[in-house]
Design a protein around this ligand. Structure first.
Ligand code: ADP
Ligand code: MG
Length: 726
């Protein structure tokens, strides 16, 4: 419901809310306080005074159920311990209490302090169970009324202050419109998982009576958000299952020819992992339904070769309507990577096969093979590539974002490959598919009428070298099937990783000197481009350039940064060993592959995420040579050092991503905007059980009601979701 339809708010209030980007009732209700004025603390057991009405918190250390000797009355005694002392609590004539309590359980008790024979105890106190962070949330938490709500503090701006927001939200919660707010999580799921209903959760999140209310309601909103997100992704996935795609390699002789060719042209034998995933991909693409698969594989695991094999399978297949080979679009996040793929594809695919490969970036275009020399490529205007794509004469096009452009049209696009797909938004992924969906008018053979032919949807192969923890992948890429490539090509050596304090920098420079003298190359990574006096404790590309040039005047130094116009030229020189040491920002993180580079120094390593550092380290793990990764860190911060030590110990990207997830949150692995999650949702990703439960519940719901016709509220929510997605 839009704010303007709420007549209990004044015009001014609505205007002010707008300035906080709050436009609907729902947005207002979900505008939660970011902190609370401190609630009165519970009493310590050692401070209790007889006769006082108190609330204490502690852990059950003992439970005993008996009858009194004299009156034969059943009672339960529980011994509760906090940091200060223990106290006994008694419940008379309430046999169910004993059953509901467990040793080691955390409790909050409210009651009167009594005394007998010099022993203090609590008599019939009210029990509140303090839940730990599992998703079972006791619904009863919300039923009792005790104490005053805590005072929430809201993010404010110059038009509207926290106190005013609190009052407006109070008004809202009393309004008849609020009473009409319906549950999003279907009630049978809520019941099963002990989740409160939505109205209750909103009230308790806005006006909690204690910390537990906040914890429990956050859990509810986390579940709601993840559940809705999963439902949306699952829904998308289900929709795509109804679409048609080209069946790749349907023709048996073609299939054999394909495998034969692959065996001949691949420069190496596939690892078991690659083999297994290629089988899965080919099985997916043999279907009449479009594949949507994400291959997550650690740096250097050999995803490019998989992409290549999938691409060749596609161009080996002909469209039934046009009788021409299908086409492939391979999109990389950077020009460097696109070039690299173009190199690999053109080098590997023999020109005897008469397939055409093009490179298309915002800078320009290339076509392979060149007419004059079939071993080479040639520069052409971009418009030429576009034309050849439109009439089906280019079979594989490799490019950057430029390929997302609406004016890039294909004759028969059979497969889209997205490399480093986390660099692209979901929306972009979808747009590319949608662009190619437009109906095409063709003239059918022997028929003068024009018929509308719906073009099949291209298959989608996404690849990512950022090992994203499963929970995160399930949520934000829930519409994709997941394959994990967790094997490296044989003979690959892992880099020796060392944290370097400011006192042992010479060790690292000595190694650098040795390596370059041996003809090896090195990277130096700095967190920023330019030096900034204000925060000069952080290194920069500029600063390192100066430092290294002074230290090693005879070495050839190259500089690389994201903004650099000569980026490709510099990379090319590095590939050709015209540069010994490449000083760069993290732009090299994605995919630059120079096997001769065997040493990397990362300055201010503590400023990077573990997953990112692992990626950077991957740059020097491209061969069987011994290699070194130096994590320069002047900080003595214990936490920073602990994180970097994880990198010294582990070479497993997925493991490191889990560490990142646990201590820096999902935001460090993927941007909030990219993920489409709120802070609560991001936090929820840490809870594997919650994410998996949300997923299975979403799947079950869609199975029982694919169009969500019994859940109009959820359906509307998902539709608005699709609309808002970046
Ligand atoms: P990433 O998965 O990080 O994209 P690449 O596809 O760039 O990795 O592969 C890294 C390197 O490993 C490349 O030089 C590639 O040629 C090589 N490679 C890939 N697969 C194999 C294999 N099965 N055997 C040997 N080398 C391989
Ligand atoms: Mg790659």
């Amino acid at each position: 419901m839009h704010l303007k339809d709420l007549n209990f708010l004044t015009f001014k209030e609505k205007e002010n809310l707008q300035s906080l980007k709050i436009k609907t009732l729902e947005e207002l209700l979900y505008y939660f306080p970011f902190r609370f004025l401190e609630a009165p603390k519970n009493k310590q057991i050692s401070d209790l005074v007889v006769g006082e009405h108190v609330t204490i918190s502690g852990i059950v250390v003992d439970i005993d159920s008996k009858k009194t000797y004299t009156k034969n009355v059943a009672f339960t005694k529980a011994t509760i311990k906090d940091d200060s002392e223990t106290i006994d609590a008694f419940w008379w004539n309430m046999p169910f209490i004993a059953k509901s309590l467990k040793v080691d359980q955390k409790l909050t008790l409210t009651g009167v302090v009594a005394e007998r024979n010099g022993e203090t105890f609590l008599s019939n106190p009210k029990i509140e169970k303090v839940k730990n962070l599992s998703i079972e949330i006791d619904g009863s938490l919300f039923e009792k009324e005790s104490g005053e709500p805590m005072t929430g503090i809201y993010y404010e701006n110059k038009n509207i202050k926290s106190l005013a927001l609190r009052k407006i939200i109070q008004k809202c919660l009393k309004s008849s419109e609020f009473k009409k707010i319906e549950n999003l999580v279907p009630s049978d799921i809520s019941k099963k998982l002990n989740l409160p209903d939505r109205q209750n959760a909103i009230v308790r999140r806005q006006f909690p009576k204690n910390i537990d209310d906040i914890v429990a309601t956050n859990k509810y909103f986390a579940f709601e958000e993840i559940f809705v997100m999963q439902l949306y992704r699952e829904h998308e996935k289900a929709l795509r299952k109804d679409e048609h795609a080209y069946k790749i390699l349907e023709d048996k002789p073609k299939q054999e020819e394909y495998f034969e060719l692959l065996k001949n042209i691949m420069p190496f034998k596939f690892t078991n992992g690659q083999e297994r995933i290629l089988d899965t991909i080919l099985a997916d693409m043999a279907q009449d339904r479009p594949m949507s698969r994400l291959v997550e594989g650690d740096v250097g695991s050999g995803k490019t070769a998989l992409a290549f094999a999938a691409a060749v399978a596609t161009i080996f297949t002909k469209s039934k309507t046009t009788r021409k080979a299908l086409q492939v679009a391979c999109i990389a996040p950077t020009e460097i990577l696109a070039n690299q793929h173009f190199e690999f594809f053109t080098k590997t695919l023999s020109s005897e096969n008469y397939f055409g490969i093009a490179l298309l970036t915002s800078k320009g275009a290339k076509i392979w093979p060149s007419k004059s020399d079939r071993e080479k490529w040639v520069d052409v205007p971009k418009s030429r590539v576009k034309k050849l794509l439109d009439n089906g004469q280019i079979h594989i096009v490799i490019g950057t974002h430029a390929l997302f452009n609406k004016n890039v049209k294909f004759e028969n696009l059979g497969l889209i490959i997205l490399d480093e797909q986390h660099r692209f938004g979901v929306k972009q992924r979808m747009a590319l598919i949608e662009n190619n969906k437009q109906n095409k008018i063709v003239k059918a053979k022997n028929d003068l009428r024009e018929i509308q032919l719906e073009k099949p949807i291209p298959h989608l192969l996404s690849m990512s070298a950022t090992p994203i923890p499963r929970t995160l992948a399930l949520t934000i890429y829930g519409d994709l099937d997941l394959s994990i490539l967790d094997e490296l090509p044989p003979g690959r050596k892992r880099a020796t990783t060392k944290i370097i304090s400011k006192f042992d920098r010479e060790i690292m420079y000595k190694k650098l000197y040795e390596k370059v003298k041996q003809g090896k190359q090195a990277y130096i990574i700095a967190p920023r481009i330019a030096h900034d006096e204000e925060t000069s404790n952080k290194s920069s590309v500029e600063f390192e350039e100066k430092r290294i040039k002074e230290k090693f005047p005879n070495f050839k130094i190259g500089i690389l940064s994201g903004k650099d116009k000569n980026k490709n030229e510099t990379i090319r020189k590095y590939y050709n060993k015209e540069i010994d040491i490449l000083i760069s920002t993290t732009v090299v993180e994605v995919g630059v592959s120079v096997a001769n580079a065997t040493l990397i120094i990362i300055e201010n390593a503590e400023t990077f995420g573990l997953a990112q550092l692992h990626q950077l380290r991957g740059r020097v793990e491209r061969s069987s040579e011994e290699s070194f990764c130096y994590l320069a860190c002047d900080s003595e911060n214990e936490n920073s050092l602990k994180r970097l030590q994880a990198l010294e110990k582990s070479n497993n990207g997925f493991e490191l991503a889990e560490v990142d997830l646990a201590d820096r949150g999902a935001g460090s692995l993927i941007g909030n905007r990219q993920s489409g999650l709120t802070d609560i949702g991001m936090e929820a990703i840490k809870n594997r059980k919650l994410v998996e439960t949300a997923k299975s519940e979403a799947q079950k719901l869609l199975q029982s009601d694919p169009s969500l016709s019994n859940y109009p509220n959820l359906k509307a929510k998902i539709e608005s979701f699709a609309f808002h997605e970046e």
